[in-house]
Design a protein around this ligand. Structure first.
Ligand code: URA
Length: 236
């Protein structure tokens, strides 16, 4: 086979695969169940639920935590099962999230929903959170002080939930979780790890769904889909 026909086959395969994710002929991947490991017993998951609830009310008590986030209307703590195997971490709530008090419910959230469905999961099966739990004014990027103030709450969420895999959505999440300043274009698609004491969790950095919406090219779509395929393989 010539290299140009190989290229054509690769392009055709990627086009078909990303149709699953984003196209009009969207077909969800076969529905996936995430099996909880044995140690995630009912009792433990109950206590995790209580731990998460008390963490959330602690955060609500100090909301918005940073003076610079004083315009935020509602805490956006995060949502999902307290024993989720898969966790998505974004940057900060936007206007829609600030209105509803839920993460990823705006346009980027709809794209994230498409991605989750294409992976064969239901949104209710995964935990979704952000580094910042209050909306920065005008949706500006989080400031270093805000990340320092809010990230301990994310760290506690991770310690309680202990997902098997974290998907870091975009640069701020990838930089925080992987403790690096490498460009997201170089980080994405390569497994990293988040470590905290005895806890090590695999991290897959990928492009933020908002970036995907802005750069809706076959190349960027294929990158995100390839990253998610690695996540699906890891969770199998
Ligand atoms: N972008 C984020 O990073 N998080 C949200 O919750 C919404 C948009």
């Amino acid at each position: 086979m010539t290299s140009s026909s190989e290229q054509l086959r690769t392009i055709a395969r990627q086009a078909l695969e990303t149709e699953f994710l984003f196209g009009s002929t969207f077909i969800p991947n076969r529905s996936r169940t995430i099996s909880a490991p044995a140690e995630k017993s009912m009792d433990k998951s109950k206590s995790r639920e209580q731990l998460l609830e008390s963490l959330e009310s602690r955060f609500c008590g100090v909301f918005p935590l940073s003076e610079s986030l004083g315009d935020a209307n509602r805490p956006v703590f995060g949502e999902g099962p307290c024993d989720a195997e898969l966790m998505f971490v974004g940057e900060a709530p936007g206007a829609d999230e600030d209105r509803e008090g839920r993460p990823f419910v705006g346009a980027a959230g709809k794209k994230l929903d498409d991605i989750i469905t294409a992976m064969g999961f239901a949104r209710e099966q995964v935990y979704i959170a952000n580094i910042l739990k209050a909306r920065p004014p005008g949706n500006r990027a989080p400031l270093p002080d805000e990340i320092s103030a809010h990230s301990p709450y994310l760290v506690e969420q991770l310690q309680i939930i202990r997902p098997r895999v974290i998907v870091a959505l975009g640069r701020p999440a990838a930089h925080f979780l992987l403790d690096t300043t490498e460009p997201i274009s170089r980080l994405r698609g390569i497994w990293g790890q988040w470590n905290d004491g005895d806890l090590t969790i695999d991290v897959m950095p990928t492009f933020h769904p908002a970036y995907l919406l802005r750069q809706y090219t076959p190349e960027i779509r294929a990158h995100v889909w390839n990253d998610m395929k690695q996540v699906m393989a890891k969770l199998q």
